[in-house]
Design a protein around this ligand. Structure first.
Ligand code: NAP
Length: 489
């Protein structure tokens, strides 16, 4: 299969926070990989921007080191790296002052696509947006890309939306959720809406329940200060898990175009029922991983606050009140320091209405498993007859589609979510970006949950590092006669 690289127009991309961690690990290496793939046309430029005073050569050195560190050596060559660094520039600007902005204005061209990536703290968004206009840098066609966290509740998200809206039209704003850039997540839409097979079954009559798991093995790491205030609900559920839930639950948009898709996702968020405290389990990891060869700190040690009541794990049962899903619970869970790094959506179908086989013990329900990581792909488990002369015994086998295997060489080279999303920005395609009203609706749903924890001063349940989460989270499904899918080590 020949890889299709869809060309984009020449562009000027300014990365505010170009010297920061996200730029170093994701944005710059991603752009390099697109350059290698031949997708960055001649005449394009990437301009890093941050307060640190440095020349172009010094910034190019920084970018070169980031690429050496984060792009597999098999994918690098001196020639392409030189070519890539040739399109990289730098401007020293301060988002809180006027220094450097005239110089940045002088660098920008008006006859190419202009995009500004705000890879900085959200408190700087307003200052940057305002100066992009005051210094006549942005045009009505410019695009801005903003990173999570997009607020910490409805009020702060509204304020952030208003700050951006004061300077940019909604059609210019790209709120990034990198989960939406993952190949499998987009495939979810292709599988649902380009095949006739699934739609008749995709409802409460045939789906028993849905599980969405995003399990991490890492702790809070270098993000302790941010995470201590955020917790799993704000950091993961309000955005990533909610977006996955929307893509599973939404109706078919009338066309695959940005507002049609986002309208359908918004309807799902608005149909989410309030969650009762009995349907949520919060957890916090204890420091017992040393024995297993891992880092041994507990959550409270990691965030440096023995009294912290922030959750590093959350599991909840979510109900969608609409015709398609009434009666089918969606169980969501995410956590840090769990036994495996695994992201999966599992659609668990109902049992057959009547079994004609005696061998019911071995019977399992059909499950469509959509893996985001590791090994992106989908598996549909089906029951077949066990081979051999042993009579009509049943066994479960997977119909497995690993994208890497199914797509051959191309599949091993699935673009990183950031690469794909940045190219969508240059193309002007907002389909995979969150609209302001979606973000606000998601906060409107999570706010009562987090406010209730604050009101009750709720204490998260401890769980061992390297485990599958708190015991109580198991009960969330057990009491409904169901069980979580295994998190693999
Ligand atoms: P970071 O490593 O702290 O980098 C911050 C960047 O902002 C640096 O380049 C810094 O450079 C620049 N900066 C700080 N103050 C500035 C000012 N007044 N004017 C201009 N530039 C300024 O942060 P990060 O981890 O890259 O995160 C950037 C954004 O992405 C944040 O909103 C974060 O929440 C979000 N995010 C990050 C990750 C991640 O994995 N890192 C994941 C998801 C979302 P100077 O000090 O030279 O100015």
């Amino acid at each position: 299969m020949v890889s299709r690289v869809i060309p984009v127009d020449p562009f000027d991309l300014v990365v505010f926070g170009g010297t920061g961690d996200l730029a170093r690990r994701k944005i710059l290496p991603g752009l390099y990989r697109r350059f290698l793939a031949g997708q960055i046309p001649e005449g394009s430029r990437i301009i890093g921007a941050a307060r640190t005073e440095m020349g172009e050569a010094e910034f190019r050195g920084h970018v070169g080191r980031a690429i050496t560190e984060f792009v597999a050596s098999a994918k690098r060559s001196d020639d392409t790296l030189r070519g890539f660094l040739g399109i990289v520039g730098y401007a020293a600007v301060d988002a809180r002052g006027d220094d450097g902005w005239s110089e940045l204005a002088a660098l920008m061209r008006r006859d190419v696509v202009q995009a500004f990536y705000f890879s900085v703290a959200p408190s700087l968004f307003g200052g940057i947006a305002e100066r992009l206009h005051r210094f006549a840098i942005a045009t009505p066609a410019s695009r801005i890309v903003v990173e999570k966290p997009f607020g910490r509740d409805l009020a702060t998200a509204r304020a952030l939306n208003a700050t951006l809206a004061a300077h940019f039209d909604e059609s210019q704003i790209y709120r990034i959720d990198h989960y939406l850039g993952k190949e499998t997540v987009q495939n979810l839409m292709a599988v649902r809406f380009a095949n006739i097979l699934f739609e008749p079954l995709w409802n409460a009559r045939h789906v028993d329940h849905v599980q969405i798991t995003v399990a991490e093995t890492v702790g809070v790491g270098g993000r302790a200060a941010y995470y201590a205030r955020a917790g799993a609900m704000r950091d993961m559920v309000q955005n990533h898990l909610m977006q996955l839930l929307c893509l599973i639950a939404m109706e078919a948009p009338y066309r695959f175009e940005p507002d049609a898709v986002r309208d359908e996702k918004l309807k799902v968020i608005r149909a989410l029922q309030p969650v009762s405290p009995d349907d949520i389990v919060r957890g916090q990891y204890r420091g017992q991983a040393k024995k297993r060869g891992g880092a041994g700190n507990s959550f409270v040690e990691d965030v440096g606050d023995p009294a912290s009541r922030t959750e590093s794990y959350v599991a909840l049962k979510v109900e969608i009140a609409n015709w398609r899903w009434k009666g089918t619970p969606f169980y969501l869970r995410t956590g840090k320091r769990l036994r495996g790094r695994e992201s999966e959506i599992a659609i668990v179908f109902k049992e057959v209405p009547h079994s004609i086989f005696e061998d019911e013990e071995d019977w399992r329900e059909n499950v469509l498993s959509i893996r985001l990581q590791p090994n992106e792909g989908m598996t549909l488990s089906v029951m077949i007859k066990e081979p051999g002369p042993g009579g009509m015994r049943l066994t479960e086998v997977p119909l497995d589609m690993s994208f890497a295997e199914a797509l051959g060489e191309e599949g091993t080279d699935i673009p990183d979510a950031y690469e794909r999303l940045i190219m969508d920005v240059i193309r002007g395609n907002q389909t995979l970006f969150m609209r302001g009203d979606e973000v606000e609706a998601a906060w409107a749903w999570t706010d009562p949950i987090t406010a209730d924890w604050d009101r009750r001063d709720d204490r998260p349940r401890p769980y061992d590092s390297g485990s599958s989460g708190p015991e109580d989270a198991l009960m969330l499904l057990h009491r409904d006669g169901r069980r979580w899918r295994e998190i693999h080590e």
